[in-house]
Design a protein around this ligand. Sequence first.
Ligand SMILES: [Fe+2]
Ligand SMILES: [Fe+2]
Length: 214
Amino acid sequence: MASDKNGKKKMDEEKPDLSDIYEYRKKLKKLLKPDRYEHSLSVSFTCICLAMKYGVDLYKAEVAGLLHDCAKQFSNQELIKLCDKEGVELTEDMLKAPQVIHSVYGAEYARKAFGIKDMEILSAIFYHTLGCPEMSVLEEIVFVADYIEARRYKAERLPEIRRMAFEDLDRAVYEINHDTISYLEESGGFVCKDSYDTYHYYKELMKKRGLPIK
Ligand SMILES: [Fe+2]
Ligand SMILES: [Fe+2]
């Protein structure tokens, strides 16, 4: 903390302007079902905590977390139609696993309906379900926060992965991918190639670092 000429303590940071965030919350609350809105808030707060730990812009982390599921209000059929109409490209795999489309269209919807222009935020929304090799720290934060936020309770290794997220973010991405893919394979769900690509990239990263892999 710096001092002014009278020796009075001065804060180094300016008070952040949160008016945008309050507007986004108000709008999102009207669009989403209550439990989805609650999840979105919880993801945004978890993103803030991870951003503090990993030195990422807190505002970007909060907005990306808050809006990551902004397209969840649409059914899969509506999402496919919207993507077709608005020229958002979908792969064959995404059409076989339409539950992932809300992330791809979510980036477009956050831009259009919420006026988000920041490419780092839009990209974190885009990749929050499938991930991609070599994600940015902000992308990893949203991907992980979506899985570990405090309202989640179903995944088996949540306490372990929550702890890991604050110790080694790359490792948390690897473990989440591993568990999600295993669950889908065991339950007969379809796994997109993009998910396997993310998984293999992070698996190689763990190997290079000499960390245990499954
Ligand atoms: Fe999502
Ligand atoms: Fe989510």
